[in-house]
Design a protein around this ligand. Structure first.
Ligand code: OFO
Length: 171
């Protein structure tokens, strides 16, 4: 059993993970609109991964006899300035999520909630990877600049990312 304060903080995080799913789907739709299907597919896979993050928190709450609660999900922006703008926003958003997860971890330490600390370590590791990947893509887009052939090739490379295989679950 976790404290009500901890459960409320986890429920806020579930909402943020669902917002992330929405946000990346909106970015994916924008990429389709500017004829970058590879980037669109990469962002759709990212959106699916965010849903798995939400589901993992959902299951963790149930496993700890806490109740998942659902709040309204904010609408994400529909318009972006360019593909570089999209990935700068991906990085900014992941940095926001990292801060949110580390705040949750701080709370778990204050509450001496050891199972939550262990669970959150998976997310902290995941955030390192997500920020690193976003930075790498931004760098590649800066190298590409306005060269359309290079952008075409990068778009094809982005399409190689498959959908997440299965829900990452606490073992
Ligand atoms: Fe993109 O990260 Fe979820 O947690």
């Amino acid at each position: 059993m976790m404290t009500d304060k901890m459960a409320a903080a986890f429920n806020e995080q579930i909402n943020k993970e669902f917002f992330s799913e929405y946000y990346y789907m909106a970015m994916s739709a924008y990429c389709e609109s500017i004829d970058l299907p590879g980037f669109a597919s990469w962002l759709m896979a990212q959106a699916q991964e965010e849903r798995l993050h939400a589901q993992r928190f959902y299951q963790f709450l149930l496993d700890r006899d806490a109740r998942p609660l659902f709040a309204a999900i904010d609408a994400p922006p529909a318009e972006y300035d360019s593909i570089l703008d999209v990935f700068e926003k991906v990085l900014e958003h992941e940095q926001f999520v990292t801060k949110s997860i580390t705040d949750l971890y701080k709370l778990a330490v204050e509450e001496a909630d050891y199972p939550s600390q262990i669970e959150l370590q998976w997310y902290i590791t995941e955030q390192v990877e997500e920020e690193k990947t976003a930075k790498e893509i931004i760098q590649q887009l800066r190298w590409v600049g306005d060269k359309s052939t290079a952008l075409f090739m990068l778009d094809q490379k982005m399409a190689e990312r498959g959908a997440p295989a299965a829900a990452p679950a606490a073992e």
